[in-house]
Write a protein that binds this ligand. Structure first.
Ligand code: 13P
Length: 257
């Protein structure tokens, strides 16, 4: 059975005090409310990770993730954060290839392939983001577009390395817009991604790869999205900044699969 994951991408939000309070609330809520096989990943800004580790401790539901890492292990890269630095403070996941990184910071598929390698070398689980802009969706060429992102970012990996990857499909037109992909649109793309993985790595690996959906996931649409056969959870932006909403999204698995 593949892992069910709800990851919160805080982006560049919250101050330290609010971030700690949010984390404490989530820790308290999940203890009583969450199904055993659902994993939560909190991805705050880098500077809060150590403090939040102290709050999350060894909670069996909750792990910490970073929102990015550099493609090198160390060196003269002023202002950057390296994968082994994250591993050393107890971080287990890293979001790579978010559309905001691709669009605002010019991250290419080639660069992302290097970041994926360094993350895996240092025992971080990459959450690899892919997704098309509105213009591509309007031309109905999204399968090709996302297929190329996956191929260029991930398909250099050995089967063993690929089996550690989490994929997140985030259509750019649904991020922060309140416009969610319909369940049909989400399921269709997730199935296409899984088929592509099957063709490259075989059924076993494809069936075990968690593919998350991201883009305006909210408590009132999570259950429907998570009931899709190939949707294994969510990468949540805005709604991850409110403890009740975020935990309710994670609880949407209770009543679905
Ligand atoms: P929203 O949930 O705010 O649309 O953000 C999605 C996202 O970008 C998560 O990485």
């Amino acid at each position: 059975m593949r892992q069910k994951i709800v990851a919160g991408n805080w982006k560049m939000n919250k101050n330290m005090e609010d971030g700690q309070a949010l984390t404490s609330e989530i820790v308290n809520m999940v203890g009583d409310e969450l199904r055993d096989d659902v994993k939560i990943v909190l991805c705050p800004p880098f500077v809060y990770l150590t403090a939040l580790k102290g709050i999350v401790k060894e909670n069996k539901h909750i792990s910490l993730g970073a929102q990015n890492c550099n493609e090198h292990a160390s060196g003269a890269y002023t202002g950057e954060i390296a994968a082994p630095m994250l591993t050393a403070i107890g971080v287990q996941y890293v979001i790579l290839g978010h559309s905001e990184r691709r669009e605002l910071f010019g991250e290419s598929n080639e660069l992302l392939a290097k970041k994926i390698n360094i993350a895996l070398e240092h025992s971080l689980t990459p959450i690899f983001c892919c997704g098309e802009p509105l213009q591509i969706r309007e031309q109905n060429t999204q399968e090709d577009y996302v297929g190329k992102q996956i191929q260029a970012g991930l398909f250099h990996l050995s089967p063993e390395a690929f089996s550690k990857i989490v994929v997140a499909y985030e259509p750019i037109w649904a991020i922060g817009t309140g416009k969610t992909a319909s369940t049909d649109q989400a399921q269709e793309m997730h199935a296409t991604i899984r088929k592509q993985i099957t063709e490259k790595y075989g059924e076993d690996i494809a069936n075990n790869t968690a593919i998350l959906y991201g883009g305006s996931v909210k408590p009132d649409n999570a259950e429907e999205l998570f009931s899709c056969m190939d949707v294994d959870g969510g990468l949540v932006g805005g709604a991850s900044l409110k403890s009740r909403d975020f935990v309710d999204i994670a609880k949407a698995f209770q009543s679905s699969r």
